[in-house]
Design a protein around this ligand. Structure first.
Ligand SMILES: O=C(O)CCC(=O)C(=O)O
Ligand SMILES: [Fe+2]
Length: 184
């Protein structure tokens, strides 16, 4: 991802995320649901991660992503055996100053059982998250305030419970109008 922006491999991974990355895995079993119209498998959220890798059930869909304009779109389950889906998380959105955006996604319930194995790669917990200065400049002000990784992670669960994006729940987004006025 760093390379696609013209930087070296350590731009995000080593220098900002750190070398002792915290990652955790979530194995989810979604039982068959008799009334899928009443519940979610997993409610809408963005991930608390730099990136997330997902090993999805190849036979059962359910993962959906929110497109601009408010339309939910099925993520096609066209992965071959052993292939992983990679989802951009909030930490990458902040570090990249929104060059990469964390998609809002959800899992809809269905009549068939489904499993997923998801790994969240997170920065070292004592780090601060902020837009990389190389990605901030004239015409491209910093879009996020600096936040500690642990503060962000703690806020994730409260935000999730409230159904709000963590970035907004923690008031991490710089007000665009204020930034324009101050020239930030
Ligand atoms: O189970 C899935 O397909 C997605 C799970 C997910 O989005 C998550 O655990 O954050
Ligand atoms: Fe997720």
């Amino acid at each position: 991802m760093a390379r696609t922006l013209g930087f070296d491999e350590e731009f995000f991974a080593g220098r900002r995320v750190g070398n002792k990355v915290a990652s955790y895995a979530r194995f989810t079993y979604y039982p068959p649901c008799p009334r899928p119209e009443l519940v979610y498998g997993l409610k809408p959220h963005t991930d608390n991660s730099v990136v997330t890798t997902l090993l999805l059930d190849r036979d059962v869909g359910g993962l959906q992503v929110l497109k601009d304009g408010g339309r939910w779109v099925d993520v096609p389950v066209r992965l071959r055996r052993g292939e992983l889906l990679v989802v951009v998380g909030d930490e990458m959105e902040i570090m990249s100053n929104a060059a990469f955006r964390a998609p809002t996604h959800r899992v809809v319930a269905g009549g068939r059982e489904r499993m997923s194995l998801v790994i969240f790669y997170q920065p070292e917990p004592n780090r601060d998250l902020e837009p990389a200065e190389e990605l901030v400049g004239e015409g491209r002000p910093a879009q996020y305030r600096r936040l500690n990784v642990k503060t962000f992670g703690d806020g994730f669960w409260d935000a999730f419970a409230r159904g709000e994006p963590t970035i907004d729940f923690l008031n991490a987004r710089v007000d665009k109008e204020a930034a324009a006025v101050s020239g930030a």
